[in-house]
Structure formats: structure tokens, C-alpha cells
Design a protein around this ligand. Structure first.
Ligand code: CP
Ligand code: NVA
Length: 317
């Protein structure tokens, strides 16, 4: 993880490590305030427009960003590549420079992280990553808010992610743990480990702080003493052709009631959704008393409202 920005001004949000710790704190506090007093922020972005490009399906991210923009008085403009010249080969650079003339921020869900970074390189308005193959930073913001609401604080909490360690959500959780001072243990098969660049970057960030970011192969070890147990699908968008192979390799990594029993008493279960009951999580867990997934899903809205406010406040570059 590269050194965070030294300024509190948030320019682009391509991954969690774009944030300074103080900006993360500010963002989560703003989200909490927005939940308590939504009326106070009505029209905070009056007259603003937000381009929302989705190259992959989305229920939560797409709708929560549109709703967040609307609640702030901004106009969201939903776009698919087929509706843009991007779908006919126009470059990211030309798309970024053109859209920057019309809108106040660009939200993009895409495949390669490089696409988000290329857009950010050329755009003169803030770019927000709404999920790439490598990172899902907006999800991590809602995850952090949910953990904070459940336990009152983040530092010192222990998170166990069980499943595909190379998953975008797992990567963003590692970076979020580093920034928030939470221990994160990923339990995954050897062939589905986190990207070493993400893991080493996050570990370098927490060096000498006592925060532990670990990768293990036994889910029981990861979950022992955890405050939060987290799962995501075994085959992410774009990996559908690997579904059977992944299902076999990841079968021992289902979050079951037996596994949850090894966590701290009072531990919560999180899942970014969509979920496949009977694969990465047993129905009894995701639909059971320890599940906080609906609060987590709802927390996408205030965290994205706070994010839109913070990124657009910086204005044009
Ligand atoms: N968690 C999440 O990003 O869900 P969607 O894919 O539905 O947006
Ligand atoms: N890892 C999943 C997350 C979905 C929100 C995917 O990329 O499909």
C-alpha cells in the first residue's frame, strides 16, 4: 500500500489506500451524521451531476449511488459502455476528458483496476471506483461503518475473511484493516491467495504497529477469536467459467454455524452480497441472528453520500 495522501483533500478514490487515516475517520463520522440527520444534507450537491458507468451488473452499488446523489440534490447519470462511444473503442483518456466537461464526479465499475486508474489520470473531476477485479473500496467503507456500529470502535477488532483470498472485497478489507488498525486474517486455498502486492503493501503500512494481516489455509484458525466473519462469492463477476473448479477448491471454506461458533461470542457475519447460500455461506448463518448483512447493505447509502460530498468538495483540478 503506497503512502496515503498527506492532505485531507480526497482527489480520487480508486482504492482504500488512497485515503489518509484522518480522511477515513472524517468520512465515517460524516456518514454517521448523515444517517442521523439526513435532512441537513439535502441539496448539499444541488446542481451537481455524477456520471455512473457500470461495465458489470450491480444492484446495491448502482442504486445506492443513484439514491445518494439524489438525496444530496445531485443528478446521477447512469451509463453502460454500450451507451457510450467507449463501447465502440473510444479511449478511456478521451472519455475522461470529455465527461470532465459536464459532470462533477465519475463513478465507474469495471474489470481491470488499470481502467479506473487511467480514468483518474485523465479526468479533471474526481473518479470513484465502484468495483474493479482487484478492489471494491466503496464496499469496504460500508463494512467499516457496520463494524463500528456493532462494536463502537474499529482499532483492535479482528476480522476473518473466509474464501477466495484474491477477491476484490478481500483486498479492500486488507487495506481497510491496515488503515483502521484492525487485524485481518484471510483463510483461503493456496491457489486463491491475495495479490502479494496488495498484501505486502498493506503489511508495510502497519509495520511496527502490532496490527496483524495474515493469510492462513485453515478457516478454523482464521475465525478463532474473530469479531467479524466475512464471506464473498467463490466466483466473482468475470470468473463464471471457473465456477466448478472454484466450487471444488473452496468447498472447505463455507461459513457454517459450526465455524461461526469458533468466533468471539457476539461476533457478526458480513457478506458484501450477492450471496450464494449453500456455497460460501450456509443459509442458517446469513439468515441467522449473527448476520448483519442487511445493515451492511443499507450502510452503502450513507457512506456513498459522505464519499460524494468529500470528493466533490475538492472541486475541479
Ligand atoms: N456489494 C455490491 O457491490 O453489490 P452489487 O454488485 O449489487 O452492487
Ligand atoms: N467479488 C464479487 C463482489 C460483488 C459485489 C464480484 O466481483 O463479483
Amino acid at each position: 500500500m503506497d503512502a496515503p495522501l498527506t492532505t485531507r483533500r480526497l482527489v480520487h478514490f480508486t482504492r482504500i489506500s488512497d485515503l489518509a487515516p484522518a480522511t477515513l475517520t472524517e468520512l465515517l463520522e460524516l456518514a454517521e451524521t448523515m444517517k442521523e440527520a439526513p435532512a441537513h444534507y439535502e441539496n448539499a450537491l444541488h446542481g451537481h451531476s455524477i456520471a455512473c458507468i457500470f461495465e458489470k451488473p450491480s444492484t446495491r452499488t448502482r442504486v445506492s449511488f443513484a439514491a445518494a446523489a439524489a438525496r444530496l440534490g445531485a443528478t446521477p447519470i447512469a451509463l453502460t459502455p454500450q451507451e457510450l462511444q467507449l463501447g465502440r473503442g473510444e479511449s478511456i483518456a478521451d472519455t475522461a476528458r470529455s465527461l470532465s466537461g459536464y459532470v462533477d464526479a465519475i463513478v465507474i465499475r469495471t474489470f481491470a483496476q488499470e481502467t479506473v486508474e487511467e480514468l483518474a489520470r485523465w479526468a479533471s473531476v474526481p473518479v470513484v471506483n465502484a468495483l474493479s477485479n482487484e478492489h471494491h473500496p466503496c464496499q469496504a467503507l460500508a463494512d467499516l461503518l457496520t463494524i463500528k456500529e456493532a462494536f463502537g470502535d474499529l482499532a483492535g477488532r479482528r476480522v476473518a475473511f473466509i474464501g477466495d483470498g484474491g477477491d476484490n472485497v478481500a483486498h479492500s478489507l486488507l487495506e481497510a484493516g491496515a488503515l483502521a488498525g484492525m487485524d485481518v486474517t484471510i483463510a483461503c486455498p493456496r491457489e486463491y491467495a491475495p495479490d502479494p502486492r496488495v498484501l505486502h503493501g498493506a503489511r508495510a503500512y502497519v509495520e511496527d504497529t502490532g496490527v496483524e494481516l495474515q493469510v492462513v489455509h485453515d478457516p478454523a484458525i482464521a475465525v478463532a477469536g474473530a469479531h467479524v466473519v466475512y464471506a464473498d462469492v467463490w466466483a466473482s463477476m468475470g470468473e463464471e467459467s471457473e465456477r466448478d473448479v472454484r466450487r471444488r477448491a473452496l468447498a472447505p471454506y463455507q461459513v457454517t454455524e459450526e465455524l461461526m461458533a469458533l468466533a468471539q461470542p457476539g461476533a457478526i457475519f458480513l457478506h458484501c452480497l450477492p450471496a450464494k447460500r449453500g456455497e460460501e455461506v450456509a443459509a442458517e448463518v446469513i439468515d441467522g441472528p449473527q448476520s448483519a448483512v442487511w445493515r451492511q447493505s443499507a450502510n452503502r447509502l450513507p457512506t456513498e453520500e459522505a464519499l460524494l460530498l468529500l470528493v466533490t468538495r475538492g472541486g475541479r483540478q
